[in-house]
Structures are given as structure tokens and as C-alpha cells.
Design a protein around this ligand. Structure first.
Ligand SMILES: Cc1ncc(COP(=O)(O)O)c(C=O)c1O
Length: 352
């Protein structure tokens, strides 16, 4: 077995698993475990590519500061590479993001600026606007900008796509991916459409996001929708998303996504992050609509270890109405934490 001399050479070359627990109609469904990257997500690839391209172009110089607006995983990818290569990093993060990701970033030594999740593009506290403001004020800074940086789709075109092609022996009919920056699906579409234009590119999109409408109807208007899954779904079309290369879309509710995560862990033993629920649920729905056998690939985009206090916490799922609960038709239905279900413990004064 290989001995690595840097964590950077352990990014990519992630394994592929065939799922068996879901009803996929006539299709076979495979997942690429991007959760196995050193930083725990698909974004390690992007962090490495953006920094190395900026080093080559001279946009990032020794002693420089990397700045990014990120939902967390791109920040972890960038911070991981920054720490190994000796750069400072400042990350602007919307406040809905999971505590585990923020603590991971703090552990890596990143400077974190938390900002509001509930403001639109153009607002000074919108995470991307705030990152631009900080970059303009910071000498020697480099704004990574995953939303328009061409290194983002490039790394999926040159590594993720070819790995999938090899793992599937070139026998693949459809790819299902989420859209955050658009880098994954655009890079993969560029690779796969050149190999075989009949390979279908499908977006799995959270309910409330505009991407599915942009793909299916060709137009969209954002109506203030929000969703609990992290890292996928948008209220605008990023520069790195080439909608023309996408063939189809499936809309997935938060409830479907979080329930899919439960099946994944209980039946397949796979601990996926929240967007994995969206992707696998979207892929299963798409598979069930097919009338002929197809080989379909999607991602375990990041590890569920980043979401233990949310996606795998029964109280949080209950509070957000994400659990399918049996109703008794009486007042017990109004009780959030039920002692008979082990959600509540009680002590009396004599219990010392
Ligand atoms: C956590 C996470 N972030 C982002 C994305 C989307 O990637 P991109 O930013 O390349 O569109 C995904 C899944 O595809 C994801 O799971």
C-alpha cells in the first residue's frame, strides 16, 4: 500500500458503491463516496484546484490571504490546503450552517466571519457581498470565488468525471448531482457529453431553489424559499453553472432528503451529509420514472459526521417536522419529547 507524504495527494480517487436498499425501478444506482476525501467532502478537490491554479497564475503569492464565501465544505477544502501550504484564510459563512463544520474550520485555524442566511444577493450582509468587501480591504488577498472560478468545474472535468468513467467501465447512462456553485455538474457534463452526448445530466434540487425551474422551464423567479439541506440549492444562477448542458431535474423536499438519510444509514450503513439525502432521493425518483434499464451515478457528497447534531439528532428532526411520526389522535400528539419513546428522562427529588 502507498505511503503518502502529504494529505494533498489523498484528495480524490474515492470509491464507488452500488446501492441495494432502494426501489430504483429498472435502474441500478451507484454512489461515489466523496465523503472519503481527507476533509470529508467533494469540495477538497475544489479547494486544491483553486489554490494551485491561483499559485500558477500569480493571483496568490507566498504569505497571501485566501478569502471565500462558503457554506462550509469549500471552506474546509480551502483551509485544509491553506494550512498545509502555509496561507492565512478568512471565511464568510451564513449562520444556518452546521456547528460541526464551523468547529472543524476553527480547528484548521481559519478566521470565521458568520453572517445572516436570510438576506438576498445585493445586501451588504449577504455572504458573497461581505466576502468581496473583506477582500477589497485585505492587502495580499485572493478571493477564491468558487461560483465563478473556472478551476472549480475544471477539476471535476479532469478528475471526478474520469474516475467515474473508469469505475463504471464507461457504462453509465445518467449522473445526478446537486447545484451549489454549479462546478460539479458543469464539469461533469463537459466531460460526459464529450464521451457520449446521450448521458443524461440530472440536477437534484431542494424544494424552494430556482435551479430545477431554470432547467425544466427555462425561466425562474426566486420567491424567498429556504431549505434545510446544506450546500445545494440556489436563489441565482452562478457563472459556473451551464444550464444548457443539463437535461433534467428532480425537486426533493427536506423531509424526503432527511428520511432518505435514515434509510442510507440503517440499510446500507452509509453516513451521508444532508445534501446526500437530496441527491439520493432525487436519483431514486428519477430512476423510478425510467422505462428501460439505466446505470445511474450520484454522490455521497460529504460525511454525516458534519451533521450529527442535526440530520442524525431525533429532537432536531422532530422540531423541524422531518420525522414520519405515528399519531395517536389524542393529546400525546402535542408532546414533542415523549418519555415512552425514550426522548425524555425524568428524575425525582429522591433520585440522588
Ligand atoms: C455539501 C455540498 N456542497 C456543494 C455541492 C454542490 O456542488 P457545486 O458547488 O459544485 O455545485 C454538493 C453536492 O453536489 C454538496 O453536497
Amino acid at each position: 500500500m502507498t505511503v503518502h507524504t502529504s494529505l494533498l495527494s489523498m484528495i480524490g480517487n474515492t470509491p464507488m458503491l452500488k446501492l441495494t436498499a432502494f426501489d430504483t425501478g429498472p435502474c441500478e444506482l451507484f454512489v461515489k463516496l466523496e465523503s472519503q476525501n481527507p476533509g470529508g467532502s467533494i469540495k477538497d478537490r475544489v479547494g486544491l484546484a483553486i489554490i494551485e491554479e491561483a499559485e500558477k497564475s500569480g493571483d496568490l503569492k507566498a504569505g497571501g490571504t485566501i478569502i471565500e464565501a462558503t457554506a462550509g465544505n469549500t471552506g474546509i477544502g480551502l483551509a485544509l490546503v491553506a494550512v498545509i501550504k502555509g496561507y492565512k484564510i478568512i471565511l464568510v459563512i451564513p449562520d444556518k450552517m452546521s456547528r460541526e463544520k464551523i468547529l472543524h474550520l476553527e480547528g484548521l485555524g481559519a478566521e470565521i466571519v458568520l453572517t445572516r442566511s436570510d438576506v438576498p444577493e445585493g445586501h451588504p450582509e449577504y455572504y458573497q457581498d461581505l466576502a468581496r468587501t473583506i477582500a477589497a480591504k485585505t492587502p495580499g488577498s485572493f478571493l477564491a470565488n468558487q461560483f465563478s472560478n473556472p478551476a472549480n468545474p475544471m477539476i471535476h472535468r479532469t478528475t471526478t468525471g474520469p474516475e467515474i468513467w473508469e469505475q463504471m467501465d464507461g457504462n453509465i447512462d445518467a449522473m445526478v448531482a446537486g447545484v451549489g456553485s454549479g462546478g460539479t455538474i458543469t464539469g461533469l457534463a463537459e466531460f460526459f457529453k464529450e464521451k457520449n452526448p446521450n448521458i443524461q445530466m440530472v440536477v437534484a434540487d431542494p424544494e424552494g431553489s430556482i435551479v430545477a425551474d431554470a432547467v425544466i422551464k427555462g425561466s425562474f423567479s426566486y420567491d424567498g424559499g429556504s431549505w434545510l439541506v446544506e450546500g445545494v440549492g440556489e436563489d441565482f444562477i452562478p457563472d459556473n453553472l451551464n444550464v444548457d448542458l443539463i437535461d433534467d431535474a428532480e425537486v426533493v423536499t427536506d423531509k424526503e432528503a432527511f428520511q432518505t438519510l435514515q434509510i442510507l444509514i440503517r440499510k446500507e450503513g452509509v453516513l451521508g451529509g444532508s445534501s446526500t439525502g437530496t441527491l439520493v432521493a432525487g436519483a431514486v425518483k428519477w430512476c423510478q420514472k425510467q422505462t428501460s434499464p439505466k446505470r445511474v451515478v450520484t454522490f455521497i457528497c460529504d460525511t454525516g459526521n458534519k451533521y450529527l447534531s442535526k440530520a442524525y439528532n431525533k429532537s432536531w428532526l422532530h422540531d423541524n417536522d422531518l420525522l414520519e411520526v405515528e399519531t395517536a389522535g389524542n393529546v400525546t400528539d402535542l408532546i414533542n419529547r415523549r418519555a415512552d419513546q425514550g426522548d425524555m428522562i425524568s428524575v425525582s427529588v429522591s433520585d440522588t
